[in-house]
Design a protein around this ligand. Structure first.
Ligand code: UT7
Length: 315
């Protein structure tokens, strides 16, 4: 892995739906309990879009507006907009095109959606970085936005307690800091699956145990590979941002890094698994606490596909 031109995060943002479902609300929908959900997943609550008012587009737009407002940049200097999502509001136009419309961005902008499930934001940052190297404009807007709630069967306790809706966004530019990335895809359509316009199961199907085992190995592999490539150890890293799918998955991985457990940020308690939005929502929370910019971060994600990957960067 060669050292590449890096990225600087200029600003971040996030958006959440109005409706918040606590575990006690899930108890009214399926046979479950707050105790079971919290012990097995670390989740206390999740957000869900209000039908007819909120969706993947509105969340993406609001997260992007939040980041843009904080950035202080001229929005016409944005040359790339990537929205990572698996829950598009329309087949077309893309979510990214709707972000361009609502933010009233210049027409000269490379806008598209990216589908890599929960690894989408990681893929999106790397793709945006590559496109910026070839852009006449300095900034890229990368968003992760999901309304998985409408692809979830709220009578299936194996899945409905896990997922939430939300969006996160980051505005980046090229920089000289460290940047290393890895991506993998296994071509698996069994562990996690949602049908689409070609038919198939309309609601999310998941083999939880299989995904759990895969996730622990995938995150550990990605973290080690990135540290090796950068000739760093966990001591050199300021924060580790893992996809928030299950607190037990993250705890299994961080066990290996005794003394650095505090670097593994977790917020799944408040949001559940927001798929492609989970990593940028973490980023925006860290940013609010002044713990993101000018830090060396290691991000790692996994999801349907089975995709997995990560980034080690001084951002
Ligand atoms: O972004 C990637 C997306 N997905 C993931 O990352 C999922 C990864 N996997 C997981 O997070 C965990 O496998 C789950 C949280 C989904 C499940 O936890 P688990 O410890 O693997 O439970 P399990 O599937 O082995 O089920 C244990 C028991 C079963 O009952 P029996 O067969 O032992 O009688 C389930 O029917 O727990 C039962 N169960 C529940 N009980 C209460 C499953 N869901 C629930 C529920 N409430 N919501």
């Amino acid at each position: 892995m060669n050292k590449l031109k890096g990225i600087k995060v200029i600003a971040t943002g996030r958006a959440l739906p109005k409706e918040c479902l606590a575990n006690s609300d899930m108890e009214k929908l399926v046979e479950t309990s707050d105790e079971w959900i919290y012990e097995r997943t670390g989740i206390r609550q999740r957000y869900r879009c209000v039908k007819g008012e909120e969706n993947t587009n509105t969340l993406a737009v609001n997260a992007a507006k939040d980041a843009l407002l904080k950035s202080g940049i001229d929005k016409n200097e944005i040359g790339v907009v990537v929205v990572a999502t698996s829950s598009v509001e329309h087949v077309f136009p893309s979510t990214a095109a709707m972000v361009q419309k609502e933010l009233e961005l210049d027409e000269k902008v490379f806008c598209f959606d990216l589908s890599a499930a929960c690894t989408g934001f990681i893929y999106g940052l790397t793709v945006a970085r590559g496109l910026l190297s070839d852009s006449s404009k300095p900034y890229a807007l990368v968003v992760g936005s999901e309304q998985l709630s409408r692809l979830i069967d709220y009578t299936d306790r194996n899945t409905c307690i896990l997922f939430g809706d939300g969006a996160g966004a980051a505005i980046i530019k090229l920089d000289d800091g460290d940047f290393y990335h890895v991506e993998y895809t296994r071509g698996n359509d069994e562990a996690l699956y949602i049908g689409g316009i070609g038919g198939g199961e309309r609601y999310l199907q998941m083999n939880g145990r299989e995904v759990f085992k895969f996730a622990v190995k995938a995150l550990a592999q990605v973290i080690e590979e990135l540290l090796d490539a950068a000739h760093k150890t966990i001591e050199d890293i300021d924060c580790v941002i893992c996809h928030q799918a299950n607190e037990r998955i993250i705890r299994s991985v961080m066990r290996k890094y005794a003394g650095s457990e505090h670097k593994f940020y977790m917020n799944i308690e408040n949001y559940g698994n927001t798929s492609a939005a989970s990593i940028p929502i973490v980023m925006s929370e860290l940013d609010d606490k002044n713990n993101l910019k000018n830090k060396t971060c290691l991000m790692a994600g996994f999801g349907a596909g089975l995709t997995y990957g990560g980034i080690l960067a001084s951002i």
